[in-house]
Design a protein. Sequence first.
Length: 187
Amino acid sequence: MGSLKVALCAGAALAAALAPIAARTPAAHAVDGGGVSVSPSTPAPGGDVELRVADCTEKTALAVSAAFVSDLKLTVAARDGVLVGAGTVRSTTEAGAYAVRVECGGDAREGTITVAGPRRPAAPASPVAPVDAGGGGTARLAAADTRDEARPEPPGTAHTVTGLVLAGIAAVAVALRGVRSRGLGTD
């Protein structure tokens, strides 16, 4: 079984195992009368949000608000048929309520998003871990061990085949050059 199939099967098994847990976990959604829900309920400027719109007959929709960096494209979620989309609140957005409009076929859904005031740190920021300085590429790799960062994937089958083909071409070129140089030296 290929590594992609194994990864997909493992992901599906994990999703099936976590589905009952997710169903019991309360979510932070702000739902208003228009059927537009926003998670988290009060994002900070520059924060990410997820929009959900139920009971829409279309497979895609566009959510528009002055609070967003750009219009959000909503698509149908496979599990429940609800339109879902993610985006970012402008970092320059001031605290307050902003209108959100979603065109859903012939209907327009309207809701609001409440942007929280900017969060200020209680104390000046200072490093809490070693600073990535020097060490060549090892500093980045050491830091990746302490953070939840995805490591780059190792070379796959395509890279291996490409390397073997290039090595074969190089070997043939060296052999031909050796034959030609021996042929020129005997004259």
